[in-house]
Design a protein around this ligand. Structure first.
Ligand SMILES: [Zn+2]
Length: 324
């Protein structure tokens, strides 16, 4: 079973060994009350279990933000779901559900899902860049998920693509997330349309700059709005620079660009790849397949289930090594 805890909704699903989501259920995420947050996840797991009429063998859970996966503990702070910050989610849920529970960052789980069931099937190394409200990322190298010393491995959304760029909400400067996240794209458009009542984006937002969304910016750029085009041009170039970093640094078999913004990025694939060519070694880029996979609600569930499968295999391998 896979559980994807998002900032607004939590989805649980039963996933077959071929990656097919057999059944799923969705509930609003309890963001603030720690007790209710756990009850909500337990209820959702029970609901999906009843739908299928079969017991899962393990549960994988993806949560936003850094996670100490070895201890199954959610990092602090998890700004999207404060109720889970610092919780030993793996142990607590394991006790209540009577199953092995594995917890990791949601995009780390997504990377394992793409490797096992998605665009990276058959690959040994893969990097996922997930552009949604923010930009998350996950790295798998030679079949192993890269978690890093403190659970921050794969936070590529906060690598600088412009070292003297504006401050990011993470405290850094010029991060990829400023240019390629839904939030960053909308904020850039708001700043640049300020005072321009005739702006196509402001009109689409009913005159309220705060109502401008990334989707509106992409649409206005497609319709020839020069301000929107300047914002989206930066998005493409920032992604190109990030792909350059990934390709020159890791040269994975596959780079998957996904998340809520990916659907709007798909028509811009040629421009993003052209921008990547400005930064990456040509033979390295030629050996790395870059694919844009529009975000899908079930991808998070599939990823969380892939996490459980991955951890079960790791456990078995460790036991084998210990006994030989
Ligand atoms: Zn940042």
């Amino acid at each position: 079973m896979g559980v994807d805890v998002g900032g607004t909704t939590t989805v649980a699903g039963v996933v077959a060994r071929d990656g097919d989501v057999v059944a799923d259920a969705t509930a609003p995420t309890e963001r603030l009350n720690p007790g209710r947050a756990l009850d909500g996840v337990v209820a959702l797991i029970a609901q999906v279990g009843r739908q299928v009429g079969r017991r899962a063998s393990a549960i994988g859970i993806g949560v936003p933000g850094p996670v100490d996966a070895r201890r199954g503990r959610v990092g602090e702070p998890v700004t999207h779901v404060p109720a889970l910050a610092g919780r030993a989610l793996g142990a607590e849920l394991g006790r209540r559900c009577g199953l092995p529970v594995f917890v990791d960052n949601d995009v780390n789980a997504l990377a394992l899902g793409e490797l096992m069931f998605g665009a990276g099937r058959g690959a040994r190394s893969l990097v996922v860049l997930a552009a949604g409200t923010g930009v998350g990322a996950g790295i798998v190298l030679d079949g192993r998920l890269v978690r890093g010393a403190a659970g921050f491995g794969g936070e590529l959304g906060h690598t600088p693509v412009k070292f003297d760029g504006p401050r990011c909400f993470c405290g850094g400067r010029g991060c990829l997330a400023i240019y390629a996240s839904g939030r960053g794209i909308a904020e850039a458009a708001r700043a640049r349309t300020a005072g321009d009542a005739g702006s196509r984006m402001l009109v689409a937002a009913g005159g309220d700059p705060m109502a401008i969304t990334a989707a509106m910016v992409f649409r206005a750029a497609g319709e020839g709005d020069p301000v929107a085009q300047s914002v989206i041009d930066e998005t493409c170039r920032a992604l190109g620079a990030a792909i350059g970093t990934v390709v020159n640094g890791l040269n994975p078999d596959v780079v998957v660009i996904t998340g809520g913004v990916a659907r709007s990025l798909a028509p811009l694939e040629a421009r993003i790849l052209a921008a990547a060519r400005d930064h990456a070694f040509a033979p390295a880029l030629a050996a790395t397949r870059v694919v844009i996979v529009p975000g899908d609600k079930r991808a998070g569930v599939r990823g969380a289930a892939a996490l459980a499968l991955y951890e079960m295999r790791e456990r078995t391998a460790k036991r084998r090594r210990a006994s030989s």
